[in-house]
Design a protein around this ligand. Sequence first.
Ligand SMILES: [Mn+2]
Length: 328
Amino acid sequence: MKADVAGRRFDVCNGDADGLCAVLQWRLHEPVPSTLITGLKRDIELLDRLETFGVRQGDEVLVCDISMQRNRVALRRLLEQGARVRYFDHHEVREVLLHPRLETHIKFDPRYCSSLLMDAALGGEWRRWALVGIYGDNLTEVADALPCPGLSAHDRHRLRQMGEAINYNAYGDDEGDVWVAPARLYPTLARYRDPIDLLHQETLLDDLIAARRADLKEAALCTPFWNDARASVTLLPDAPWSRRVIGCLANQLARAQPHMAHAVLKQRSQGGYVASVRAPLASPYGAHSLCHRFSGSGRAAAAGIDLLPFQELQRFVGEFSVHPWGAC
Ligand SMILES: [Mn+2]
């Protein structure tokens, strides 16, 4: 009798390109039926959603690209219920949980992302999909340096556009803001072993690439609220386009001015701002430590704040402008 006969599979990931492409690589490697649990970029505490399934001994859970810090309690509960868990992530965690049924691939390093950690674990088996995820997380130089035999420069450029478009599609206050909910996008991606084939056969990605471009054009009309030689703060109004484009705009600014730090703040309909912060790409450290001070979280290169009250704006600009990027 097979030991895993009763075991179910659950794949839990962030709904951006990095999360989806990490899971996709694993499912191409181990093609068995599995339940996908994902959400928008802002949905981080996704392990809680497993509670309704009554996880039990023999079940296997794959977790990609969501903070262990923010999912710690639910993770411990899953392990106690008898699940076996594989965890791939690159967000800050104070202490990595240790458990005999928990396998971790965690690296808090600005040159890593979850799709790259998965690529390393699988020996580059699904490198093209890994590239989509890595480009999606704005690790353009890291992806450019990864060899991919048989991939032309043009096709590599297409994978980059695809990663950036899938990443863009994860931002919004709710599923009404995005073009296609990540949970519905995944099955389309998963039909293809090669993302280049998907680009030839589906129009969806071209639609997303065009939508991202249109939203960025709208955002380009917003001049910086504050800037000096080392940093800039951009304020966006609250609108569907700004809810979708906030992360892409921050990434684009980071690439355009790699020696500057960038913050993009967007007004929230319920009051206050949501913020996307990027450390200078040339010394990508310190975004998480700045965001921490305003109850935010994230990675060294890219982090965010869910709620910055209106009255905190001046303090934010003040601390942002003197933050010791690269040294923290
Ligand atoms: Mn990621």
